[in-house]
Ligand binder design. Structure first.
Ligand SMILES: [Zn+2]
Length: 556
C-alpha cells in the first residue's frame, strides 16, 4: 500500500504533479448535474467537502486511492441536493411531534383528536399546530370554540389553519389572551364573531398576535431538540439547504450552537423578520453573511395574507365574499412604514424577501422595490417575492425588469387549485402559480415548500410542478396544464434557482467540480417514470459536504 501512496505523491519529472486521492467516489450513477457544460455523467469524486471531478467512471476513477470510499450507485439517479428556498424550519420541526388535524375530514374528528391530545398534555402546556383544513369538511364551515371547549376545560388550545393565516382558540385560550366581544379587530387582522358579536374562537392574521403574546416561548432545550429533529427529517427527504423565513434570534442561536458541535447537517440561510431591520443594519452584515453552513443577511416581510383565509390582497373582490378584497398586513399600515424599512435594509446591503400573494399585494411590493432601486441605484440585490401566487398580467414583465426572483411553492398550487377558481374566478386563477409564464418572461424561479405550511418532501414538490394535478384528484391532466414545468426545469429551480436566490450559485446548486458536495441519490429515475409516480420516489442517500447524512439502508 505504501508504494501506491508514494506513486501518488511523487511528481514525475515533465508531468503535472499527481493529484491527491478522493475521499469519496460515487460510481455507476446516472447523474443529472444541472450544469449545462456537462449535463449528464456517470461518476463524481469528492475531496474534503468539495466536488473535484465529474465525468465517466473511467475519468473519475483516476481520483481513486487506497483510502477512497467508493459507492456503487447501481445506475440510480444522482442529483444536486435540494435547496428549499422557503421554510419555517423550527415550526416544521415542532410539527413533527404536534397534533395532526390536516386529514381530519369532519369537525367531529377534528374535535376528537384535540380531546385525545388534551388528555396527555401536561398541565399548563398549550395544544398548538394542527394545520386543520375546513375545506375538506361538508359543509366547510369554520370551526368554533364550542366544538372543543367541553373536551378541553383546563387546556389552552390554539390550533392553526393549514395556511398559517388563521387559528382556532378555545375559551381557555381566549380568556388567557383577554379576547372578549369588546376587543377590537387589529389592523391587518380579524376576530371572527357570531351574530351577537361574540368571538367564535377563529382569529385571522394579525388577530393571532393576541394569542402569540400569551403562549410561553420555547425553552432553549426544547428548541435544540426540535431543530435536531428537523435536521434529521430534512436529511431523510434530500433537503441539503434550507432558507428559514422569519427565523428568530433564538433559532439562529441554536443553529450556531449545533454548527459549533458539528451537528448542523442542513445548510441554513436565516431571514429574520423585517421588524428587526435596525438590529441587522447596526451589525453591519450584508446579504449572505456567514459560512457554508450558516448565513444571515436577508429579511422577511409580509405584504398580505392568504387565498384560503380570504386575506390575500386583490384589485378586485373575492367571489361571494361581498366587497372583501383581502388585507394588507400590519407591516403595510401605513405603506410608508414598509418603504422606510426597505430603504434602511437596502442601504445596509441586506436582502429583501417579501411574502405577497394577491395581485395587488404583489404589485404594491413591486412598486416599493422599484422605489428602492431608484433611490439607491442598480446593483445585484436579488430582491425576492415569496409565493408570488396570483399575478396581475402586467407584472410578469416587471418581475424581469426589476430582476425580482419568484420564490414559489408548487405544492400550494395543487392544494389551492382545489378551490382557487371558486374564490377568484377563472381569469385570475389562470395566473395562479404561473411557473411557465414566469420562465417565458425570463424570471428566475426558486423552489420551496413553506414547510410547516406544506410537506417538506421535494419529490412531492417536483411532482406538483410537473403534473399540476390538484390534491382532490379532479385535475389529473393538470390544473392550467399550460403552466406545467418539465422535470429538468423543476430540478433546476430547486437547486440552482434556490442557490441563486441566496447568492450561493457559485458554491452549490449543481454537481460541478469546485462546488460543495451536496447530493441526493433517488430510488428511481424521475426523468423516465410516469410523472404521477414521482411523489412515491424515495431518497436513498443524502450527502452534505461529501458526508453521508442519510442512508435509507440504515432505516427500520
Ligand atoms: Zn412562509
Amino acid at each position: 500500500m505504501l508504494g501506491v501512496g508514494c506513486s501518488l505523491v511523487l511528481a514525475v519529472p515533465g508531468q503535472a504533479q499527481s493529484k491527491p486521492a478522493a475521499d469519496l467516489i460515487i460510481t455507476n450513477a446516472k447523474i443529472w448535474t444541472v450544469d449545462p457544460s456537462l449535463p449528464t455523467a456517470q461518476a463524481v469524486a469528492v475531496l474534503g467537502d468539495r466536488i473535484v471531478a465529474v465525468g465517466s467512471d473511467t475519468d473519475v476513477g483516476a481520483w481513486r486511492g487506497p483510502r477512497t470510499h467508493v459507492i456503487d450507485a447501481r445506475g440510480k439517479l444522482l442529483l444536486p441536493g435540494f435547496n428549499d428556498a422557503h421554510v419555517h424550519f423550527v415550526s416544521g420541526g415542532r410539527q413533527l411531534d404536534a397534533i395532526q388535524l390536516n386529514d381530519a375530514v369532519t369537525p367531529q374528528e377534528f374535535a376528537r383528536r384535540i380531546g385525545e391530545r388534551a388528555k396527555v398534555t401536561p398541565k399548563g402546556e398549550w395544544i398548538l399546530g394542527g394545520n386543520w383544513d375546513e375545506t375538506k369538511w361538508n359543509p366547510s364551515n369554520l370551526p368554533t370554540k364550542e366544538l372543543i371547549d367541553a373536551l378541553t376545560p383546563d387546556t389552552p388550545v390554539f390550533v392553526s389553519r393549514y395556511d398559517g393565516h388563521m387559528g382556532l382558540a378555545n375559551s381557555v385560550a381566549l380568556r388567557l389572551a383577554g379576547i372578549t366581544a369588546s376587543t377590537p379587530d387589529p389592523a391587518g387582522g380579524a376576530i371572527v364573531r357570531d351574530s351577537q358579536g361574540n368571538p367564535t374562537g377563529a382569529l385571522k392574521d394579525a388577530a393571532t398576535d393576541y394569542i402569540d403574546k400569551v403562549v410561553p416561548p420555547l425553552t432553549h432545550e426544547q428548541r435544540l431538540r426540535i431543530v435536531k429533529r428537523a435536521l434529521a427529517y430534512a436529511a431523510s427527504v434530500g433537503v441539503t439547504s434550507a432558507q428559514h423565513m422569519v427565523a428568530s434570534y433564538e433559532d439562529i442561536g441554536v443553529y450556531a450552537e449545533l454548527l459549533q458541535r458539528g451537528e448542523l447537517t442542513t445548510r441554513i440561510y436565516a431571514a429574520p423578520s423585517i421588524t428587526h431591520v435596525d438590529d441587522l443594519a447596526k451589525m453591519g452584515v450584508g446579504h449572505a453573511f456567514g459560512g457554508p453552513y450558516l448565513r444571515i443577511g436577508a429579511l422577511k416581510a409580509f405584504a398580505d395574507g392568504s387565498l384560503g383565509s380570504g386575506t390575500a390582497y386583490f384589485y378586485e373582490p373575492f367571489l361571494n365574499q361581498g366587497n372583501n378584497r383581502g388585507l394588507l398586513s400590519d407591516e403595510m399600515h401605513p405603506i410608508s412604514l414598509m418603504r422606510d424599512r426597505y430603504l434602511k435594509a437596502d442601504a445596509a446591503g441586506l436582502q429583501l424577501c417579501t411574502h405577497a400573494i394577491g395581485d395587488e399585494g404583489i404589485s404594491t411590493i413591486l412598486d416599493l422595490y422599484a422605489e428602492v432601486i431608484k433611490a439607491h441605484g442598480e446593483s445585484d440585490r436579488r430582491l425576492r417575492i415569496e409565493h408570488a401566487q396570483h399575478m396581475a398580467a402586467k407584472d410578469f414583465e416587471r418581475f424581469r425588469k426589476l430582476h425580482v426572483i419568484a420564490s414559489v411553492q408548487p405544492y400550494h398550487a395543487i392544494d389551492d387549485g382545489r378551490f382557487a377558481e371558486s374564490h377568484i374566478g377563472h381569469d385570475r386563477a389562470s395566473r395562479t402559480y404561473a411557473f411557465r409564464t414566469f420562465l417565458d418572461h425570463g424570471v428566475r424561479l426558486a423552489f420551496g415548500t413553506d414547510w410547516e405550511v406544506a410537506p417538506l418532501d421535494p419529490l412531492l414538490t417536483v411532482y406538483a410542478a410537473v403534473t399540476r394535478a390538484t390534491l382532490d384528484g379532479k385535475n389529473p391532466k393538470g390544473w392550467f396544464p399550460e403552466q406545467k414545468l418539465t422535470v429538468a426545469e423543476a430540478i433546476e429551480a430547486y437547486t440552482m434557482g434556490s442557490a441563486y436566490a441566496e447568492f450561493q450559485e457559485k458554491e452549490k446548486g449543481s454537481i460541478t467540480p469546485g462546488k460543495l458536495a451536496d447530493m441526493v441519490l433517488l430510488s428511481e429515475d424521475i426523468f423516465s417514470i410516469a410523472p404521477e409516480r414521482i411523489r412515491d420516489v424515495r431518497v436513498l442517500k443524502t450527502f452534505v459536504g461529501g458526508g453521508l447524512i442519510f442512508d435509507l439502508r440504515n432505516i427500520n
